[in-house]
Design a protein around this ligand. Structure first.
Ligand code: FES
Length: 156
């Protein structure tokens, strides 16, 4: 019986090694995280990819992955449906749908991870690589707030 058990452990070890060495395969946060087909990313709104701690957005036809980690002190930044912008609940930093800085103490826009489309036709988010978000004052999209901010709603 124990021999069978050892065999299973060895097989599991071999599988794990093989899995790690396969190029382009999906891994957890810190590696390339497999998401959805690019055509599933809408032209408006955002798609959250929890395993990548990121949001996928389409800006001018291009798919980008925005890190949800606030560039101020690292809180998770939620998307606010009513205002159509990202609003950090910790100290009030606000970013537009492209992750560009709008307000608050954050030093720059939301950081990004590179994306690529794998041979399986799905987006892979490279969470092992982080590109710094744009400097404040840069807004390349014309998407003003669409309604009340979530911060206002939660405070009354
Ligand atoms: S951590 Fe987001 S505003 Fe401070």
């Amino acid at each position: 019986m124990w021999q069978t058990g050892l065999g299973l452990v060895a097989a599991a070890g071999a599988w794990t090694s093989w899995d790690l060495l396969r190029p382009g395969e999906a891994r957890g946060f810190g590696g390339k995280v497999r998401a959805i087909p690019p055509e599933s990313v809408p032209d408006t709104g955002v798609i959250e990819v929890p395993a990548a701690r990121s949001y996928l957005v389409r800006i001018d036809g291009e798919v980008r992955a925005l890190s949800r980690k606030c560039t101020h002190l690292g809180c998770g930044v939620p998307w606010c449906e009513s205002s159509g912008q990202f609003e950090c609940p910790c100290h009030g930093s606000v970013f537009n749908r492209a992750g560009e800085f709008r307000a608050g103490p954050a030093p720059r826009g939301m950081d990004q991870h590179p994306v690529e489309v794998g041979v399986d036709g799905l987006i892979y988010i490279d969470t092992g690589t982080t590109e710094e978000g744009p400097a404040p004052g840069v807004e390349t999209i014309d998407e003003p707030p669409t309604g009340p901010s979530c911060a206002e709603e939660s405070h009354g």
